[in-house]
Design a protein around this ligand. Structure first.
Ligand code: ADP
Length: 818
């Protein structure tokens, strides 16, 4: 037999009565109930028509048929507005309800199909066809019934709203259809779905649908229970805690004990008094303390306020040290700790002298120590503090991008703290420390705010007596602090900041100075730090070799590190009971430090065409820099490589224009339109900029064009103009020292820079030849050899020097300025 959609055709197992003896029964249309066969349920009848139908049934055979209307909103449904399958029910007595409706007790008998409606007035009378279900006791049916029962048991257990009786009733439902109907009546679902189940005439199919619905229901119930119990646990915990705390409070009160919070607040009050804060600050602190006292100890803000009050208490507000103004003693101390550095020492002694005369009226100067790493800036700062008898603190500004790092975050931020200035003042513990701000050349500005603006406020004597930190929220007096800033280079320091400061240069050291520093300071200190009493002695040759072949720097930081290396190895020998050396000679360095790291001597191995040696200044001090030029057949192009900055590129253009316009005088016999020129400054990964390589580029270029080699021991520096004038440059001392360190013998220097030679140590002046030039035509006769090299277009690719330079990985993240 066919098995079409539910209710539309006769199902396989259902048997239907013949039409001739079909019953005619009163019909009640319902909106929101379905009465399944075997089940009892109150039926609420409100509509007049329905009441009359029920009354008629009670008067006769007590049976009606109930059909669900498709649209529950509809007031007067027509027969076609009803679903085709309904239930025949027996009705009992009618009961009038307090809300005016009538309720009648109904017991479902069988499913019926609507055949025809015989009358509509005064009530519906319909002919219906009862649908009887076959009895199926097969094993699969039995198994399905048990599975549904098991699921139903779970549902009843999990769902508080279902009475346990529901399960008992289900156990006693002995046909699959009955069981399906019974479970359906307990599940929560839409009317359309209920009707669908009513119309599913095959009992097995119906039971299968029910088992799927039940499984879903169990899942949902389990999840619900889980969530519920988690929430409950949380609530219980908080309640319990609150309850216990309250009990504790009451018990403490009964025993006459102060609770810890009150004790703590009293302690804080004492501390605030002892901190000698300005009136305004003290009021603020006390106000916060009051807030704290009124809060329950478990309130989340307690920690925040506590930390804030602690910060206020911890800062120095009145404590100062008395300056030691004994100039002779200070001079002695500074000399004992540092060799040379005359300018810095003198400046401090002058400051002390003026302080002595003008006393408090005088403002502290803001010094800025500028120089390569390891030239004693930090240790000089420390000595100054010691000479003045002040405490010394230091904070690094390197890499700060955010104004909040200087000024702090507002207290509304979670985990907010004061900025670095206030944090450091707390460490200083006095109001007038020597405060060193390291690396002012490495602060950056971006979307997070400009830290240098905040720094200006710190350093401005007009404002810094009331420095505002976002966290602190009360003004803090920085006017007694002596600020010293340090920088490796002055260029990147924002001009507004530079204006406030008095720059003192810490130039690089020459070899003799380094040897002397090592002997007088570094070696004795490292020996002491490594517990070495007398031996070993370092020979002069060894120290010289350390300076020349193991380090290559403007300062003495690596030198000190290598000395520490040796001391450590000797200390270990002694600790292991081995025989320790009493002397460190040049020969033994290999044993401690391995092979030499740098070769000392002339930069280039031989005179070459198209390579000239310039000098540049980077953060690490001065350094030599090769400029290479190669010519190729081409179309008059110019290629520049080696990460040259705009200014350096312009220099190269200017040098080329000079060469072209002066080709005849220079004796150049090249057709510029038929060659391409490639200018390269090796160590391509390091950005280079500045105008002072002008004459070096021009020399290399003219060398390549004329095929006259460049003297290998000549270094040069100077800006070039289109007409071939040589203009002065900055940082002469560092540049000369770099050339000297690299073993170059002659240096070409712009005439206008002659005055700066006063800063160059006499020894260097004696050992090198300096030629002062004003025009390019004075440069070339000195720099270029007379012999012409054999004709060739390509010059060469890499110099041995560039390989050596690659070893010097230190401090090379910043641009080199030529
Ligand atoms: P910077 O702050 O300039 O980078 P440091 O102050 O850290 O350099 O100096 C590095 C080391 O070199 C320190 O141990 C310092 O004492 C020592 N030093 C540098 N210059 C001198 C000098 N002129 N006299 C004595 N020691 C010096």
């Amino acid at each position: 037999m066919s098995k079409k959609k539910n209710g539309e055709s006769v199902p396989a197992r259902a048997a239907i009565d013949k039409p001739s003896n079909l019953p005619e029964l009163a019909l009640v249309a319902v909106r929101d109930t379905i009465i399944y066969p075997h089940l009892m349920s109150p039926l609420i009848v409100g509509r007049e028509q329905s009441i009359r139908a029920v009354e008629a049934a009670i008067a006769t055979n007590q049976r009606i048929v109930v059909f669900l209307q498709r649209n529950s909103e509809q007031q007067d449904p027509k027969p076609e507005d009803l679903y085709p399958i309904g239930t025949e029910v027996s009705v009992g007595r009618m009961l009038r309800m307090p809300d005016g409706t009538t309720s009648v007790f109904a017991q479902g008998n069988t499913r019926v199909q609507l055949v025809e409606v015989l009358q509509s007035d005064p009530f519906f009378l319909a002919r219906v066809m009862p649908i009887h279900e076959p009895v199926d006791k097969s094993m699969p049916t039995e198994a399905l019934m048990r599975a549904v029962l098991a699921l139903f048991e779970k549902t009843v257990r999990l769902n508080q709203n279902l009475p346990d009786d529901a399960y008992v009733a289900a156990m006693n439902a002995d046909t699959p259809g009955w069981l399906a109907d019974l479970v359906a009546s307990t599940l929560n679902m839409e009317m359309a779905q209920r009707q669908e189940l009513l119309e599913t005439l095959d009992p097995i199919t119906r039971l299968q649908k029910i088992s799927i619905l039940l499984a879903k229901e169990v899942d949902v119930l389990e999840l619900q229970n889980k969530i519920h119990s988690q929430v409950q646990e949380e609530v219980d915990k908080t309640q319990r805690e609150y309850y216990l705390r309250e009990q504790m409070r009451v018990i403490q009160q009964e025993l006459g004990e102060h609770d810890p919070q009150t004790r703590e607040i009293n302690e804080l009050r004492e501390k605030i008094k002892a901190a000698e804060m300005p009136k305004e600050v003290q009021e603020k602190a006390e106000h916060e303390l009051e807030r704290l006292a009124q809060m329950p100890s478990a309130a989340p803000e307690v920690g925040v306020i506590r930390t804030y009050v602690d910060w206020l208490i911890g800062l120095p507000w009145a404590k100062t040290t008395t300056d030691n103004l004994d100039i002779a003693a200070a001079a002695k101390l500074l000399d004992e700790q540092h060799l040379g550095l005359k300018k810095a020492k003198e400046r401090i002694l002058e400051y002390m002298a003026v302080r002595k005369l003008a006393a408090e009226k005088m403002r502290s100067p803001i010094l800025c120590f500028v120089g390569p790493p390891g030239t004693g800036k930090t240790s000089m700062g420390r000595s100054i503090a010691q000479a003045l008898g002040r405490s010394f603190v230091r904070v690094s500004l390197g890499g700060i991008h955010d104004e909040a790092e200087i000024r702090g975050h507002r207290r509304t931020y979670i985990g907010a703290l004061p900025g670095r200035i206030i944090q450091t003042m707390k460490r200083a513990a006095t109001l007038n420390p020597v405060f060193m701000l390291d690396e002012v050349d490495k602060i950056g500005a971006d979307f997070r705010g400009d830290p240098s603006a905040a720094l200006l406020e710190v350093l401005d004597p007009e404002q810094n007596y009331a420095f505002s930190d976002h966290y602190l929220d009360v003004p803090y007096d920085l006017s007694h602090v002596m600020f010293i800033t340090t920088a490796n280079m002055l260029d990147p320091v924002p001009p507004a900041l530079r204006d406030r400061m008095e720059v003192i240069e810490f130039p690089g050291y020459i070899e003799e100075e380094k040897v002397a520093i090592a002997k007088q300071f570094l070696i004795p200190r490292q020996k002491a730090e490594h517990g070495l009493v007398a031996s070993p002695r370092f020979s002069d040759d060894a120290i010289k070799s350390l300076v020349r072949e193991y380090t290559y720097e403007a300062g003495v930081r690596n030198l000190e590190r290598e000395i520490a290396n040796i001391c450590r190895k000797v200390a270990r020998m002694i600790a292991e009971g081995k025989r320790a050396p009493s002397n460190i000679g040049e020969q033994s360095l290999f044993k401690y430090l391995g092979p030499t790291k740098f070769t000392f001597g002339i930069a280039e191995e031989k005179d070459e065409v198209g390579v000239a040696t310039g000098v540049a200044v980077s953060e690490a001090g001065g350094d030599t820099m090769a400029v290479e030029v190669t010519l190729m057949r081409g179309k008059g192009g110019l290629m520049l490589t080696g990460q040259l900055g705009d200014v350096m590129q312009e220099s190269a253009q200017a040098a080329l224009s000079y060469a072209r316009t002066h080709a005849q005088q220079l004796g150049l016999k090249v057709n510029f339109d038929k060659i391409d020129i490639h200018i390269h400054v090796p160590e391509g990964a390091i950005p280079k900029d500045g105008p002072s390589a002008g004459i070096t580029i021009a020399t290399a270029l003219i060398s390549a064009l004329s095929r006259r080699a460049v003297h290998k021991e000549v270094a040069m520096t100077g800006e070039i103009t289109l007409r071939g004038r040589v203009l002065p440059i900055g940082g002469l001392r560092d540049k000369v020292l770099a050339a000297h360190r690299a073993g170059l013998k002659t240096m070409l220097i712009p005439k206008k820079n002659k005055k700066d030679m006063i800063d160059v140590p006499k020894k260097v002046q004696r050992e090198m030849q300096f030629i002062y030039v004003e025009r390019m035509d004075q440069v070339l006769p000195v720099a270029l050899t007379h012999a012409r090299a054999a004709r060739r277009t390509t010059v060469r690719s890499a110099s041995p020097r560039s390989a050596r330079l690659a070893l010097q990985a230190n401090y090379r993240s910043r641009p080199i300025r030529s």
